[in-house]
Design a protein around this ligand. Structure first.
Ligand SMILES: O=C(O)C(=O)C[C@]1(C(=O)O)C=C[C@@H](O)C=C1
Length: 122
């Protein structure tokens, strides 16, 4: 059977406060960390889905990524995360779709977001 030629990688990061500079920095940190920890370059990224929790309103993370020099020609799609009782607040989540296949992709959860999926980080 032919090997698949796409894969996806998840990540999430907590933002300390709802401030434009903090959202920009967190979005860039998460995106750069996912690439770095998986040995990828931006040419591997086909598209990027991003959610933000509704308590982060001061900056769109897509703007933050482009301001940081990333994703100038990558299709981005930002959405609000579902609101569920007891959910963790101030979180940016990313789902990278890649033109690359590996059985060993590494999800990246940073700055307090580790608690969202402790099972993935074992
Ligand atoms: O992975 C996360 O960021 C989670 O919060 C976990 C989880 C899930 O249950 O799979 C829940 C909500 C998100 O939309 C995505 C994934």
């Amino acid at each position: 059977m032919q090997e698949p030629t796409i894969c996806a990688i998840r990540g999430a990061i907590c933002v300390e406060r709802d401030e434009p500079a903090l959202i920009e920095a967190a979005a860039c940190k998460l995106y750069a960390s996912i690439l770095e920890q998986n040995g990828l370059s931006e040419t591997n990224v086909v598209s990027l889905l991003i959610t933000q929790t509704s308590d982060l309103k001061s900056r769109n993370p897509a703007t933050g990524l482009r301001k940081g020099g990333y994703c100038s020609s990558t299709p981005l799609f930002c959405m609000q995360e579902l609101e569920i009782d007891g959910m963790l607040g101030k979180v940016i989540r990313m789902l990278l779709i890649l033109n690359y296949h590996s059985k060993h992709t590494k999800p990246v959860f940073l700055d307090g977001a580790e608690r969202l999926r402790p099972d993935l980080l074992k």
